[in-house]
Design a protein around this ligand. Structure first.
Ligand code: FAD
Length: 477
């Protein structure tokens, strides 16, 4: 049996760095069937334990080998509402693929490369989408009399909405921004997450009866009490972690220094990437520095480089990271893609100050060289600045991508909502209920910065918690 993994097709780096089209093209039918055939259908499939929502990976891969793609789609949808999305953005190398028997030390297959589970999931998901396959509604007379409010429309909110709407519950999603999708729309760029796929999933929810209300900020537009008073029997909070962290160094308020969130929102949500069709202001400049080493930094750098190529036909974008490539939290694939496209990397550098011109625009970033010390609480080796090693790097745009935390707008006006030391919501881990009865939460607002599938996993748990709450709470019956 052939054991070589089937490589996925990608667009040429020299072309893609000048547009926002999808980079990874996915498998053709023949490629998907061939890759699926590499799966040995283990008796005890460990890959499933690596999936935060427990997709029956063995089953859906087996369906692909039999060319029963509808069944493959249905098998995934039993556990995952958005296979086309997760097949594109899941860090599979840290999740299902890492648990594939082929990667197990000591196993007879240890030298093989893990099955490309995520590309197979994407193939089945796209098949379902392109053939308009929908999961039938489970009508429940008892539940369908209830109204539930979902606040926040990222993967957590959308997933919870879908889970509840399936039972005929009247669901309304309230979102602070004008369009639903959360990070999937305003953060992850279209070259990784094409917007028609996200729109398809949102349209599907609308077909299930879910209503969407934009420009609604819980804690400002209405308080939680005011929302509940509108007749909602339960509320799910999927507010994400949208507040950027900064470096806290002198000069950080100079013009042309962006948080990655602001930069990506301007480019993605407000369509600056469709220049000159859209005129969303986003200054680009000849020399862009992106500070950070996670997925957000990669997305910001790859977006900046594309914007430079589109607007100036040249690019000079550099990622500055204080440790080495080994410690970078970004997905290896994203690092590889960024490098292929021309993003430069400078390691072991710690910014200490930004310097500007007389008009208040950033012109240079002052750094210290670092060396690696002992591992810190994250297990990664700590960067230790080298005294007296100061040097300057020229720049006319800097994008800070050094982490995100929970937005405190709702929390600041709702003291009954219990939070932990990071400002994240505290929930009952079984039901995802917060300290307020009937108010549930999930996604990054609970666990801090995580992944799309982890946010969906929590949302599914919360949906079950809400269903139980609706069934058993005497106030609701
Ligand atoms: C740039 C970037 C790239 C990433 N890349 C990946 C990746 O490749 N793979 C991966 O798995 N994960 C990735 N992640 C992480 C992943 O996107 C998040 O873990 C996930 O989106 C969390 O989902 P969520 O629904 O909890 O929050 P979000 O997606 O953040 O959605 C929260 C929503 O709530 C809204 N909201 C906030 N406050 C209020 C309020 N007071 N009232 C009303 N609405 C409110 C926000 O506007 C937002 O739409 C990335 C994150 C970023 C920032």
């Amino acid at each position: 049996m052939k054991r070589e993994p089937i490589k996925v097709r990608e667009s040429e780096a020299s072309i893609r760095r000048g547009n926002f089209d999808e980079v990874v093209m996915g498998y053709s039918e023949a490629e998907a069937v061939e890759e699926a055939a590499r799966c040995i259908q283990c008796k005890n499939p460990t890959c499933i334990t690596g999936c935060p929502v427990g997709i029956d990976i063995k089953k859906f891969i087996s369906c692909i080998t039999k060319k029963d793609y509808s069944a493959a789609f249905a098998a995934i949808r039993e556990k995952n509402n958005f296979p086309s999305i997760c097949g594109r953005v899941c860090p599979a190398e840290y999740q299902c693929r890492r648990a594939c028997v082929f990667t197990k030390k000591g196993s007879a297959f240890a030298s093989k490369e893990a099955i490309n589970i995520h590309f197979l999931e994407r193939f089945a998901g796209d098949y379902g989408m392109n053939n308009n396959i929908h999961i039938p509604k489970t009508s429940d007379k008892m539940l369908s009399k209830y109204k539930v409010a979902i606040v926040g429309s990222g993967p957590a909110g959308l997933c919870c909405a879908g889970e509840l709407a399936r039972y005929g519950i009247k669901v309304t999603v309230f979102e602070a921004l004008q369009k639903p999708g959360g990070v999937l729309r305003y953060g992850i760029p279209p070259f990784r997450m094409p917007r028609d796929i996200l729109d398809f999933e949102i349209d599907y929810l609308k077909k299930l009866g879910v209503d969407f209300v934009g420009n609604f900020i819980i804690g400002r537009t209405k308080t939680l009490d005011e929302l509940l008073a509108q007749g909602y029997s339960a509320v799910f909070l999927g507010l994400g972690a949208g507040i950027p962290s900064f470096l806290g160094i002198p000069g950080e308020n100079l013009c042309n220094i962006y948080s990655a969130n602001e930069f990506l929102t301007r480019v993605n949500l407000m369509s600056a990437y469709k220049f000159p069709e859209y005129h969303t202001p986003v200054n680009i400049g000849k020399k862009v520095l992106v500070i950070g080493g996670g997925n957000t930094a990669m997305d910001a750098a790859r977006s900046a480089l594309r914007m430079q190529n589109i607007t100036m036909q040249t690019s000079d974008t550099t990622i500055i990271y204080r440790r080495t490539e080994v410690e970078m939290p970004a997905r290896r694939l994203e690092i590889e893609h960024a490098r292929e496209e021309g993003v430069k990397f400078k390691f072991l550098m710690q910014p200490v100050e930004f310097l500007g011109d007389n008009n208040g625009f950033v012109k240079k970033m002052r750094c210290l060289e670092c060396r690696l010390g002992e591992p810190d609480s994250s297990g990664r080796r700590r960067p230790v600045p080298v005294e007296g090693s100061e040097f300057d790097i020229e720049c006319d745009i800097a994008v800070i991508a050094v982490g995100l935390k929970a937005n405190q707008i709702l929390i600041s006006v709702t003291p009954e909502l219990k939070t932990d030391k990071y400002g994240d919501l505290v929930v009952n881990k079984e039901t995802m209920e917060t300290s307020i009865k009937g108010v549930f939460a999930g996604g990054d607002i609970v666990g801090g910065e995580g992944t799309v599938i982890e946010a969906m996993g929590m949302a599914k748990k919360a949906a079950n918690g809400i269903l139980e709450y609706l069934k058993t709470d005497p106030v609701n019956n």
